[in-house]
Design a protein around this ligand. Structure first.
Ligand SMILES: Cc1cc2nc3c(=O)[nH]c(=O)nc-3n(C[C@H](O)[C@H](O)[C@H](O)COP(=O)(O)OP(=O)(O)OC[C@H]3O[C@@H](n4cnc5c(N)ncnc54)[C@H](O)[C@@H]3O)c2cc1C
Length: 506
């Protein structure tokens, strides 16, 4: 008989059964429709998303050469997304490992744990930036990264204050404890009270409570400025989950929602005790404002996002093409235009990803960091591309997206009618119907709309992301403007060369 490891013992890369076992032993503090969820592996709102999460961990063992590497401290096989890449080849392999997971969910579980594994790995690599504020914080980042890597635990994260009054920051809200803030500082650590949004994948083992990647705090926000990590079952922590987009139906009826529900939750901190060992940033607003950029965490996260975008574009393009073929609309010109549009989106995402990996360079922490500009372009572009691609699915699918019987109908007394009347140019009814149910699930169901909202917002408000982009590229934009100014001046000088008085001169 194999000896069972202690619940928190380091075991290296996990398998699906380890993931399920840990969630049963240490259930995250999830609340769903008024009740505490006691076992996410059985609860109908969560169980099938959890099961897909577990599949990802089995998958990493099936592709161990890509998805795992040897731990630098223990020699165990550990998840590739915890690796600090020192060479371009290592970075590309991390990309391939992330692709293995993204393909498994067709990009529909954006919050596969590799996303935040990349973040915490970057924070550990940039530990000296954290240590400048307090040597303990740098040591904490390194120790925590190792803790996570050697146990292969998953993370969720929450970065922004609750959506109460967006005209003011966390310090300006009606109640100073609306946004999560430090209530008390003790010898043992911090006591946190208040609320944060929004934790996707609250079925994760631990949570990163960090500053925003985008929003900048002011001096008054010091009590709200921190970065810490705690287990998701910490006393006083509560995740209020949204209604599940898994309707509990069959894979036939609800092909995406029945598999890829990653869930989102608002997080409440009811005097949560955070030991100093878990703190990485504290009260240093300026450092919090810079942390994601300076450590490179935002870049490594955006790398995972670009990989996911490619997988998602491929899925939508394949789906669109199959719809076109099935109902015989392939000869219409606007259909070509629409398929071409999705293809261009796919090639754009592939090119940006490839550029980010090819132009990666050694950063100040000795890590090969993907090039930021292509990833910044991808994260600014995709929130517009994805909703448009979903619009195209609606435009191609048209009434077929509602003329869509269920599995029960197909097994009911009208089965013969359905078989006859739901036939398509190139598919029998019983093949056409699940295809259109898939198109419905990506474009119209609660699952599909949540995906669109996710792509619009998860990396931050696109409006403010664009603002940050313009500010960050100020010098580049000015240099380009100067070249144009020169051309304008040349034309002006040529036009007025033969008269002594220059325009504007009295
Ligand atoms: C499905 C989903 C999953 C998410 N997952 C996570 C997660 O795992 N972790 C996490 O931390 N966050 C997550 N987020 C939250 C995400 O970071 C925010 O949605 C994003 O930062 C925008 O903030 P908000 O939703 O509060 O919108 P708000 O800031 O409330 O904005 C509402 C509207 O007002 C406009 N607006 C507000 N303020 C300004 C301003 N100053 N200037 C211009 N326009 C403004 C916005 O453009 C927008 O149109 C998720 C969001 C979604 C939708």
């Amino acid at each position: 008989m194999t000896k069972q490891a202690a619940p928190d013992a380091p075991i290296g890369a996990r398998r699906g059964s380890d993931v399920l076992e840990r969630l049963r032993e240490r259930p995250p503090a999830l609340w769903y429709r008024g009740e505490r969820v006691l076992d996410v592996t059985l609860h109908p709102a969560f169980a099938r998303g959890v099961s897909t999460l577990a599949e990802l961990y089995d998958l990493q063992w099936q592709h161990a050469d890509v998805c795992l590497f040897d731990s630098p401290t223990s020699g165990r096989k550990v998840g590739r997304s915890f690796q600090m890449p020192r060479t371009h080849e290592e970075l590309r392999t991390i990309g391939r490992a992330m692709r293995t997971w993204a393909d498994h969910t067709y990009g529909m579980m954006g919050r596969a744990p590799d996303y935040l594994n990349r973040a915490i790995t970057a924070y550990a690599a940039g530990a000296s930036f954290l240590a400048e504020a307090d040597p303990r914080f740098g040591a904490n980042a390194l120790r925590y990264h190792e803790h996570l890597r050697e146990r292969d635990l998953s993370l969720t994260h929450t970065l922004i204050p609750p959506q109460a009054n967006r005209a003011v920051g966390p310090a300006g809200q009606a109640d100073p404890f609306l946004a999560a803030r430090v209530k008390e500082e003790t010898d043992a650590g911090l006591v946190i009270r208040g609320c944060r949004m929004l934790a996707t994948l609250p079925i994760a083992d631990e949570i990163m409570v960090f500053p925003s990647t985008l929003l900048k705090g002011g001096d008054e926000d010091a009590p709200y400025a921190f970065g810490f990590v705690i287990p998701s079952d910490t006393s006083g922590l509560k995740f209020i989950c949204r209604e599940s987009v898994d309707y509990g139906r069959s894979h036939f009826d609800h092909p995406l929602g029945s598999r890829f529900e990653e869930m989102d939750a608002v997080v409440i901190f009811d005097d949560v005790r955070v030991p100093w060992e878990n703190v990485l940033l504290y009260r240093d607003v300026e450092r919090c404002n810079r942390a994601f950029a300076r450590t490179g965490a935002v870049v490594h996260m955006a790398h995972q996002v670009a990989v996911k975008n490619v997988a998602k574009c491929e899925f939508v393009l394949g789906l669109a093409h199959l719809l076109v073929d099935t109902i015989g609309v392939e000869r219409f010109q606007h259909i070509h235009e629409k398929l071409a549009e999705i293809w261009v989106n796919l090639e754009t995402m592939k090119a940006l990803l490839r550029a980010a990996e090819a132009d990666a360079s050694l950063d100040e922490w000795g890590v090969i960091r993907p090039a930021w500009n292509p990833l910044d372009a991808a994260r600014n572009l995709f929130p517009r591309l994805y909703p448009r691609m979903i619009e195209i699915i609606q435009q191609i699918g048209a009434s077929g997206l509602v003329a869509m019987p269920t599995e029960q109908d197909l097994k009911g007394p009208l089965a013969d009618d359905i078989r006859h009347y739901y036939q398509a140019a190139r598919a029998e009814a019983f093949d056409r119907i699940p295809l259109f149910r898939l198109a419905w699930d990506v474009s119209m169901s609660a699952f599909g709309s949540r995906q669109v909202l996710y792509e619009r917002f998860f990396f931050g408000d696109p409006v403010r992301m664009a603002g940050a982009l313009v500010t960050n590229h100020d010098a580049e934009l000015r240099a380009l403007a100067e070249r144009v100014r020169e051309l304008v001046r040349r034309g002006r000088d040529e036009a007025f060369a033969d008269i002594s008085r220059q325009p504007g001169e009295e």
